[in-house]
Design a protein around this ligand. Sequence first.
Ligand code: UT7
Length: 324
Amino acid sequence: MPIISQILGCGSYLPENFLTNDQLAEKVETSDEWITARTGIKRRHVTRDDEYTSDLAYEASVRALKAAGVKAEELDLIVVGTTTPDRTFPATAVMLQSRLGMAGGAGFDVQAVCSGFIYALSVVDGMIKAGTAKTALVVGADTLSKILNWEDRTTSILFGDGAGAVVVRGEEVNGAAEPQGILSTHIHSDGNLQDLLYCDGGTSMNQKSGFVRMEGQEVFKHAVKNLAGVVVEALEANDLQPEDIDWLVPHQANKRIIDSTAKKLKMPAEKVVLTVETHANTSAASIPLALDAAVLDGRIKRGDLLLMEAMGGGLTWGAAVVRW
Ligand code: UT7
């Protein structure tokens, strides 16, 4: 009997502190007008010095488990998509395992920068279908604020901190015509483009955590092209037309990039979940944060067809089609 990975519930968490564009304009030469026009961002949440990625991941996970009606003891797998782990090792996922009180199973992190949640979902879906895991927690959590050069206006205005999580369980399809769950995932990378978006620190290279470096315009062009390609790939794999999709749940890097993907799909703005204005780019957290926002406010309903897509450093990119 074929197995499908059903998403039983989601949750998210944003740190309390936030910074507005005007506050940023006091630190670097920028303006609310420029940031709003070029990115759609108005503010971003930022962790305190003593608040870590695992703290955000924990809060989001507790909410996701509650929404799913699942206890931590029922989990046999935790995969966290993150680029900003608390420590070089161990993985954020094992910290989460301990804090949630999950005794057995396995936990590990996936590092695919802003595509981290799609990558983690893809890995977990594969493990569930292979029978390696039954009930999994998939988390996207990042604190990019900790690796930003706050004097660099080309990067510091773009990112924020946050976490989102989903609880996934393998269920037999049982001949359902429209099974609920992850219908397909699609992941890609091109390491030849690594110099367009990277962190200049690293354990092996210079023993520093470093700062984000980005060729913004080039990344923008690749994002538009790669995302247009991967959403078509995802639709074709499921024999779907763009109009079959109820909600586009995109990575929230830049409203102009999201608009371009929506335009390619001829999707009206009402079908696009947008959080970039108040969340900014929260890297691996952005898709589950947007998903949770739209589930909580009642826009996304059970049975709706969702298309998620992301692109990030690597370059990495990917998409997932989910029947909620
Ligand atoms: O998560 C996935 C990875 N990230 C992305 O997807 C980000 C992709 N890139 C972008 O979103 C855009 O390229 C940015 C928002 C980063 C930049 O927007 P842009 O329209 O590509 O601007 P630009 O880099 O071409 O810069 C235009 C001008 C430049 O001035 P000159 O050369 O025209 O005089 C910049 O120096 O804007 C200047 N500029 C700024 N001005 C005010 C750059 N950053 C700022 C700033 N405030 N923060």
